[in-house]
Design a protein around this ligand. Structure first.
Ligand code: NAP
Length: 436
């Protein structure tokens, strides 16, 4: 019987599904000892710091993660950072295989003048801010303006726009970070405009997200009937299923009766960001008006200016590079998950780019693990693990994490919330019993 040691870097969905695929590949002759390394004191990645707090059902996948984590031969080394606490070569020399599951955490830039002004943010910062990620707790989010513009037509743009446009009291029973609920309750924003550069038929939203918009209790959702009707015509008689579902959901939105709510969420299509203007902060955004010609986007040469104090771009992500790993185009260089000339593999967004829903990572990881198993040497390395490298460091183990989790859930119970997130590292370590 051989036991191979595998290190997984990153405790998000891709990392857990890779661990699960390894556990499912065990045989009578071959088992895996899995060490999962995570830089934050908390696991679950985007399930904790990405998924919108008003989407609690999506977060129930964490039950699957906990089952994986409590199986034999699985260890969590959280609060351990690759690059500062340990190096890639520490891992590749000790483990039979290393799986990179570090995701894509950097927001893509618009690359337009004025993007650096105060009040211009990336969703890659704003989303972890409202979700209580320790690194973003002190982000400055100026909400003292009437209008916010969100750039992008994907589900992240939709989450961001919805979070800004809903009545923050609707967040009282969610696990939104306390600092974000307080800031949103204080917010002057009453008009949120989501701008897509292409037509409604090209939007990257998924239809369940569109279908929930009419259920917002305190927000008027506005979408142009003319644009949706034009998009339906442009999409033709046999649109792809996703396009058909999206346009169907959009049609329902256009049929909604306007209400007297002071909060509005407006969808604008065929507007591409050109410039952000302002002296000390964002004051307006200039967008180029596009039209669709033979299925392609063409600039009309006209522009539209929207006065606003906040611009949030949600136009995709790229992966943060790791020393010792080849990167290009915002991803780890890989061949179906194999990193060339190494015992390193990559899964999830770091492998394929920022696409797909959480479940996509399950099949993606299973395919990569199949290759990893094929490549395994005849016998394990037996060259140690990371324990000796991190013994001077506070490592959050699975049982420490269970203490943090239990403390957060217990704090939420009397308030009717799934949990109250500890945001600062010190508070997380306190929950785990390391600091008094
Ligand atoms: P996405 O789905 O790829 O959408 C990115 C959007 O940004 C697209 O509409 C794109 O428009 C637009 N864009 C890109 N560059 C632009 C530019 N320079 N100017 C203006 N617009 C630009 O990415 P995402 O929203 O970040 O989501 C990432 C993945 O996570 C997706 O697979 C998404 O479905 C998933 N996700 C799922 C959920 C959920 O299930 N509830 C929630 C959040 C995220 P073009 O199409 O014109 O390029």
């Amino acid at each position: 019987m051989s036991q191979f040691r595998i290190a997984i870097v990153g405790a998000g969905p891709a990392g857990y599904f890779a661990a699960q695929a390894l556990q499912n590949s065990e045989t009578e002759d071959r088992t895996f000892a899995i060490d999962m390394i995570e830089r934050l004191p908390t696991p679950w990645g985007l399930v904790r710091s990405g998924v919108a707090p008003d989407h609690p059902k999506i977060k129930t996948v964490s039950k699957v993660f906990e089952k994986i984590a409590t199986a034999p031969n699985f260890r969590l080394f959280a609060n351990v950072e690759l690059g500062s606490d340990i190096s890639m070569s520490d891992l590749t020399s000790r483990y039979d295989a290393v799986i990179v599951a570090t995701g894509s955490s950097l927001g893509r830039k618009l690359g337009i003048p004025g993007e650096e002004l105060r009040g211009s943010l990336s969703a890659a910062d704003f989303v972890p801010w409202y979700n209580g990620h320790p690194d973003f707790a002190n982000l400055e989010v100026p909400l003292d303006c009437d209008t916010a513009v969100v750039i992008g037509a994907g589900n992240v743009a939709m989450d961001v726009a919805r979070m800004l446009a809903l009545d923050p009291h609707e967040l009282d029973t969610t696990d939104t970070a306390d600092h974000a609920i307080a800031a949103l309750k204080n917010s002057s924003i009453r008009r949120v405009i989501l701008c897509a550069r292409r037509g409604a038929e090209h939007a990257a939203f998924t239809s369940p997200e569109l279908r929930e918009l009419p259920k917002l209790e305190h927000t008027n959702v506005l979408m142009s009937k003319t644009e949706v009707e034009s998009a339906i015509l442009r999409a033709g008689d046999e649109p792809e299923k996703d396009v058909k579902n999206n346009l169907g959901a959009m049609e329902l939105i256009t049929q909604m009766e306007p209400t007297s709510h002071e909060r509005t969420l407006e969808f604008e299509f065929l507007l591409a960001p050109l410039e952000i203007h302002g002296t000390d902060r964002v004051e307006e955004i200039v967008l180029g008006v596009n039209r669709v010609e033979d299925g392609k986007i063409v600039a009309t040469g006209q522009t539209r200016t929207i006065k606003c104090g906040l611009v949030i771009s949600a136009i995709g992500y790229s992966a943060e590079s790791i020393d010792g790993i080849p990167f290009s185009s915002g991803k780890v260089n890989n061949n179906e998950g194999r990193v060339p000339d190494s015992n390193v593999y990559v899964v999830g967004w770091a492998k394929r780019g920022p696409s797909g829903v959480i479940g996509t990572n399950k099949s993606d990881a299973a395919e990569v693990i199949k290759l990893l198993v094929e490549d395994l040497p005849a016998a394990p390395k037996e060259n140690g693990d990371v324990s000796d490298l991190v013994n001077q460091h506070v490592v959050i183990t699975q049982s420490d994490w269970e203490k943090i989790n239990a403390a957060e859930v217990a704090a939420g119970e009397p308030l009717g919330k799934p949990r109250v997130k500890a945001v600062f590292r010190e508070d997380l370590l306190k929950h785990a019993g390391y600091l008094s």
